[in-house]
Design a protein around this ligand. Structure first.
Ligand code: CLF
Ligand code: SF4
Length: 449
């Protein structure tokens, strides 16, 4: 990549550029709770330890809440330049929430730099979307480039409906990470690799990781110390694996700097931030300092931004509809919602459904249907809920929600209704279009209105 382009990309990024770390601030938006792998240094009760200190919990936000937070914080934090998604699980194990949040933020300010952090498993599937949303900085955590070492670090990897373990899991993860990094580099994205230094497991292997990522065109290497206090409750902490000494970390960084080509390409100032960190690195912003006036300003600006976002989505949909071939097929799609604006609710909590007619002519609201549970049914079992949803949506070919479990997918499919989470966190009409147009295109025998 041309040096001037690189310079402009890192100028305001506090992690990719040491000299920006005390001038520019970042905000992390905890919109990504799920994870698709299990690292042995992570306790999933807490944030993703690939960037965060273990034992820290961040409350999860919806994309709309995240937008609100950025609007309010921007009024109080000087030089807020980067918006990061780094958990509390994996950004790309929650693609709908991650991408919709960043799309909405684009409608707020094109100048904010979007940045995500991932274990890399789902990376190859999202390369085009990353480029389309304009994400120019991606962190991939890569702890080993040898599956025999990787198998000591990961308990399992969940990929395409299957759970892998041992060497097979580590090999699959590594293959996906390499493919993903190559795809990012070829699209001009700056890649940072995080490596957790685990004494006795990968400490002698760090140079091999550095050599491989240098070959792949990674921009900067960040070596993080394993954190393994007994109270973290991770597999490694239960096995009493020691944390590395300061000397071990310094030596590993020095060795990697030699391989990467300079000290600027080995991060020295990482703070292992929480998934909801705000401010300049090391100077955490206090949310209590937000004034009433800022909160009032936020709601005005938020509705303005959402209006802009709606127009952007409507234009995009119009273009897609104009190019759609199957004009005369019609199907019904139900979108579950809580805020009556987006597909923002999980299958389990879905009560209100906007039912749309989707065809080559576009998306039209037919009606709103509601499941009315009384108080005594507040904790209704999944089996009962499944039956009720399937009954209420008997004439629909798809239902969109933000998250759904395996059993719900399976049972609804048996009833002829496809559960679609790709439309999760999209605006209602767009969510219906995404699911409905796919059903029509698949040429499956869709239920028609
Ligand atoms: Fe956040 Fe990470 Fe982007 Fe930075 S943090 S997603 S690259 S904006 Fe930075 Fe924090 Fe270290 Fe991460 S100091 S943990 S390296
Ligand atoms: Fe935990 Fe992050 Fe590893 Fe997932 S990728 S298991 S959240 S450390």
């Amino acid at each position: 990549m041309n040096k001037d382009i690189v310079r402009s990309k890192i100028e305001k990024h506090p992690c990719y550029n040491k000299s920006a770390h005390d001038k520019y601030a970042r905000i992390h938006l905890p919109v990504a709770p799920a994870c698709n792998i299990q690292c042995n240094y992570c306790n999933r009760k807490y944030d993703c330890s690939n960037e965060s200190r273990p034992g820290v919990t961040s409350g999860v936000l919806t994309p709309e809440e995240a937008l609100e937070k950025v609007i309010v914080v921007r009024q109080a934090v000087e030089n807020l330049s980067v918006v990061g998604i780094a958990g509390p699980g994996d950004a790309l194990a929650n693609p709908s929430a991650t991408f919709e949040t960043l799309r909405m933020l684009k409608s707020l300010d094109e100048g904010l730099i979007p940045c995500i952090s991932t274990n890399g498993l789902a990376l190859p599937d999202h390369l085009d979307e990353i480029a389309e949303v304009g994400i120019g900085h991606v962190t991939v955590t890569m702890n080993a480039v040898d599956p025999d070492i990787g198998k000591e670090i990961y308990s399992w990897v969940h990929f395409q409906e299957r759970t892998y373990q041992g060497r097979e899991a580590a090999e699959l993860l590594l293959k996906r990470q390499i493919k993903g990094i190559k795809g990012l580099v070829s699209r001009g994205v700056l890649v940072k690799v995080n490596t957790v230094l685990i004494p006795g497991v990968n400490d002698r292997h760090i140079k091999a990781v550095a050599s491989k990522i240098k070959e792949l065109g990674v921009f900067i290497h960040n070596i993080l110390p394993l954190m393994s206090k007994p109270e973290y409750g991770t597999k490694f902490s239960k096995e009493n694996l020691p944390e590395p000494t300061i000397e071990q970390i310094a030596k590993a960084r020095f060795d990697c700097a030699e391989i990467m080509g300079s000290f600027d390409q080995v991060m020295q100032h990482c703070r292992q931030c929480r998934a909801d960190a705000i401010g300049k690195l090391g100077q955490e912003f206090d949310m209590d300092s937000i004034s009433e006036e800022m909160i009032t300003n936020t709601s005005v600006l938020k509705s303005h931004v959402l209006g802009r976002y709606r127009s952007f989505v409507a234009e995009k949909m119009e273009r897609e509809i104009a190019g759609f071939k199957n004009r005369f097929k019609v199907t019904l799609v139900a979108v579950a919602t809580e805020n009556n604006s987006m597909a923002d609710v999980s299958f389990k909590n879905a009560r209100d459904f906007y039912v749309y007619e989707v065809s080559g002519w576009g998306v039209h609201l037919r009606e709103i249907r509601t499941l009315n549970y009384d108080e005594s049914e507040a904790c209704i079992k999944l089996s009962g809920h499944l039956r009720n949803v399937a009954g209420l949506l008997h004439d629909c070919s798809a239902m969109v929600c933000s998250v759904a479990g395996k059993q719900a997918f399976k049972e609804m499919m048996l009833k002829g209704i496809i559960l679609d989470t790709e439309g999760g966190y999209k605006l209602l009409e767009q969510a219906a279009w995404v699911a409905g147009s796919k059903r029509i295109r698949e040429h499956v025998s869709v239920k028609t209105a």
